[in-house]
Design a protein around this ligand. Structure first.
Ligand SMILES: CCCCCCCCCCC/C=C/C(=O)SCCNC(=O)CCNC(=O)[C@H](O)C(C)(C)COP(=O)(O)OP(=O)(O)OC[C@H]1O[C@@H](n2cnc3c(N)ncnc32)[C@H](O)[C@@H]1OP(=O)(O)O
Length: 398
């Protein structure tokens, strides 16, 4: 039997080879050498060794948090649960290592090995983007589908694909991660996401599903799950207040991520839509946790399972939106407010933000991992592939 996944794979292969008969580049997959050729879902000992080797080749220090994660997973994968005595409190380095390893509890060796390989793979992908986005220097503006500016202690990341309702391409996901990385280190107090034109964002670009690699849809789903997890992790771990300036309708992942923002200001033209049911998908962006928490389980189910679209006023009543402004004065009022916030003492702002986020951070990471695992399966389902084919064929893309 031919599944829709095979249909879409076949179509994608046709597109990838194009009229000239030469394969187009699939950059995010080229940056994931460890997964090419690894078809089993479980990582082997060999995969682990390859990953360890890969880490040695990294040119950039990934930071202590990542190094501790890697250390812990490696120890768990090779020696099992930590049974060493707890180091002295003042022995900071060994204590941090012990804490990280012990936190893995009785995680099976095989799972730890798998997690180690996946982590290395996703970090390798992120550190080798096909064409890095320009980090925002003061006042600088990078063109393209994502515009990053930094002015008056506000770094603004703008979806800039108005002709496609600001749908997010794979490159845009990667550029957003780079922009967040840069913003976490620049002198801005606030980081803003907004959209150019009529829409805030129409969510994931549905053609992202069509560039199928040689390993087939399974490999695509697996790679996307890793990258999506890392993308959402960037929002979970972002150290400064995140503000969404929702200038118009928002769809899919651009809505779910709002649960990880600190302020969401919306024009009264904005709507909030998560059509996961019709698309054969399941929620992402930690919304399966943040939405029920903020609006109660049944309102969250209406949105996330049944795809009910909310107006800006409704979203505000549910706690998803902080405040709604008339569209005619939206930009003026919001930016005046934000500029006033940047005058607050930056260290106090940052500290308050950290104490508010720190309590739920681990939980959010766990939710993110679970949601990406579920989506990996969904992307391969006939329900999802049929929905994507329907969307693309209605718009003459097939
Ligand atoms: C680090 C890398 C990570 C990679 C990970 C990849 C996978 C991550 C997946 C994460 C999970 C995300 C889930 C979602 O976001 S689900 C939601 C997806 N979005 C949608 O379903 C919306 C689809 N679009 C529409 O329904 C309509 O276009 C819309 C209501 C938004 C507007 O309708 P309208 O009639 O006003 O306008 P058009 O339909 O004519 O649209 C104008 C052009 O824009 C194109 N378009 C719009 N939205 C999208 C989209 N989401 N993807 C692709 N293209 C889109 C549309 O095709 C039109 O193009 P043309 O003018 O060329 O026809």
């Amino acid at each position: 039997m031919t599944t829709m996944a095979q249909v879409i794979c076949g179509l994608a292969r046709r597109w990838c080879f194009g009229a000239l008969g030469s394969p187009l580049q699939v950059p995010c997959l080229q940056a994931l050498p460890l997964h090419l050729g690894r078809t089993a879902t479980r990582a082997s000992q060999r995969d682990l060794e390859n990953a360890v080797h890969q880490v040695k080749l990294w040119k950039k220090d990934p930071g202590n948090e990542v190094k501790l994660k890697l250390y812990a997973l490696y120890k768990q994968a090779t020696e099992g649960p930590c049974n060493l005595p707890k180091p002295d409190m003042m022995d900071l380095v060994n204590k941090a290592k012990w804490d990280a390893w012990s936190a893995l509890g009785s995680l099976p060796k095989e799972t730890a090995r798998e997690n180690y390989v996946d982590l290395v793979s996703s970090l390798s992908a992120a550190s080798e983007p096909p064409s890095p986005a320009k980090p925002a220097a003061d006042g600088e503006q990078a063109g393209g589908d994502l515009v990053v500016t930094s002015e008056n202690h506000i770094t603004t990341i703008t979806f800039n694909r108005p002709a496609k309702k600001n749908a997010i391409t794979t490159k845009m996901y990667q550029d957003i991660m780079l922009a967040l990385q840069a913003a976490s280190k620049d002198d801005s107090v606030l980081t803003v996401l907004t959209g150019n034109g009529e829409y805030y964002c129409s969510g994931n670009d549905l053609t992202n599903f069509t560039d199928i690699p040689p390993g087939g849809p399974e490999e695509k789903a697996r790679t996307n799950a890793i990258l999506l997890r890392e993308f959402v992790d960037c929002f979970i771990d972002f150290p400064k207040p995140l503000v969404a300036v929702v200038n118009g309708p928002a769809v899919g992942i651009s809505v779910t991520l709002l649960g990880l923002f600190d302020l969401v200001y919306a024009s009264d033209r904005a709507t909030f839509h998560t059509p996961f049911g019709p698309l054969g998908l399941s929620p992402e962006g930690c919304s399966s946790y943040t939405f029920p928490k903020m609006m109660g389980p049944s309102k969250a189910a209406e949105m996330l399972i049944f795809g009910r679209k909310l107006t800006a006023q409704e979203a505000c009543a549910q706690g998803l939106v902080t405040e709604v402004f008339p569209d005619s004065t939206f930009q003026k009022e919001v930016w005046t407010r934000l500029r006033a916030y940047t005058k607050l003492p930056p260290n106090a702002v940052r500290t308050s933000r950290e104490v508010m986020r720190s309590k739920g951070r681990e939980r959010l990471h766990a939710v993110n991992a679970e949601e990406c695992g579920a989506l990996q399966q969904r992307w391969l389902s006939e329900e999802c592939t049929s929905a994507v084919v329907r969307f693309l064929s209605r718009r003459g893309k097939l």
